[in-house]
Design a protein. Structure first.
Length: 121
């Protein structure tokens, strides 16, 4: 399956639904830009992803962290394109966001089985 581009008018409801379905999934936020690739956060649970329009510019916020001291909010200013990437393995997915300045933010998700599931194995 190929990447699915989401139109800007659908960002808010799609990201709201995505957040509800993936809350708690282990998240990595990678920034790809002129300075190269940088991992901003890795191994933290997803709190949520939201989109907003202000003064005709789109903003996307990615919130991760299981405890207050681990909380990170990554804000993507001037977002212009958003894709949902299909799972390349069971329980893995990604979101890709391109900004006006050419920076790409890649958010990778990994589902962790609940302890109840592990106890039944």
């Amino acid at each position: 399956m190929t990447n699915q581009e989401i139109l800007p008018e659908q960002w808010m409801p799609v990201l709201d639904d995505f957040s509800k379905q993936h809350q708690g999934w282990i998240t990595t936020v990678e920034i790809i830009g002129a300075a190269g690739d940088q991992v901003e956060v890795s191994g933290q649970p997803l709190v949520g992803i939201s989109a907003a329009l202000k003064d005709r510019e789109a903003f996307i916020e990615i919130m991760v962290g299981g405890r207050p001291e681990d909380h990170v909010t990554h804000i993507i200013d001037a977002a212009k394109r958003l894709w949902l990437k299909p799972a390349d393995a069971p329980a893995h997915e990604a979101i890709k966001v391109e900004s006006e300045d050419g920076t790409t933010t890649l958010v990778l998700f990994e589902r962790v089985e609940s302890p109840d599931h592990l106890l039944r194995a």
